[in-house]
Design a protein around this ligand. Structure first.
Ligand code: MN
Length: 233
């Protein structure tokens, strides 16, 4: 096993800068491009192995991007829409490509967020307003983590476990199937955990619970806390 080194404040800031770039990228219209991972493929070892990261990012995520661009080509009416807009206004997307945009647009958005949500383990947890909101809504960070794990376990087949802000700015934990995004139901995604088998099968096989425990150790709470401040404003 490799020696793990906790991130320095400077490295954390570099990650945050990458995160900001990725967030602004979600405001750009098609054609969409695969964002770079904000860390090396082996940075999350031993919790998530490099091979899984390479296939998950380089093959699965790339395929969502390519298939989304393919679906949107020649669609002039919605050509200027950002990724967030396509998902929030899915009902206005031409019916002939709506399922493709739902699946591949959702896949692109969800994975672009997911990479930013992870980081090598460090000591920090939810901070500032997010910490207060988590304590008020769930009682504690560990109670929230239990809820996220339960939501991930309850997804039958492929999907995601989410922590979202609802229309009233309340924190909610919920599961969604496939690549559906909270944006499709008027929620703003704060944190999502991919529970598709492609996210964990090489290392964890059928042990989704062990994978969920591992991912919960990798959450970049500085990023989530900043995102909360932005999204609730
Ligand atoms: Mn995935």
């Amino acid at each position: 096993m490799k020696t793990k080194i906790l991130m320095t404040r400077r490295e954390a800031l570099v990650l945050s800068a990458g995160a900001a770039a990725a967030v602004s990228a979600s405001a750009q219209p098609a054609p969409f491009t695969l964002p770079k991972l904000p860390y090396a493929a082996d940075a999350l070892e031993p919790y998530i192995d490099a091979r899984t990261m390479e296939i998950h990012h380089g093959k699965h995520h790339q395929a969502y991007v390519d298939n989304l661009n393919k679906a949107l080509s020649g669609q002039t009416r919605i050509a200027g829409w950002s990724l967030d807009e396509l998902l929030r206004r899915l009902g206005e997307v031409p019916e002939s490509i709506r399922t493709a945009v739902r699946n591949h647009g959702g896949g692109h958005a969800n994975h672009s967020l997911f990479w930013q949500l992870l980081a090598p383990p460090r000591q920090s947890g939810p901070a500032g307003a997010l910490q207060k909101a988590i304590d008020a809504a769930f009682g504690s960070r560990s109670a929230l983590e239990e809820k996220l794990k339960a939501a991930g376990m309850q997804v039958f087949g492929s999907g995601w476990a989410w922590l979202s802000l609802d229309a009233q700015n309340r924190l909610t934990v919920h599961g969604l199937p496939n690549q559906d995004s909270p944006l499709m139901e008027n929620r703003r995604p704060l944190l999502g955990i991919d529970v598709w088998e492609h996210a964990y099968y090489l290392k964890y096989q059928n042990r989704r619970a062990d994978y969920l425990d591992a991912v919960l150790r990798l959450i970049n709470w500085d990023f989530v806390s900043d995102r909360f401040e932005r999204l609730r404003a």
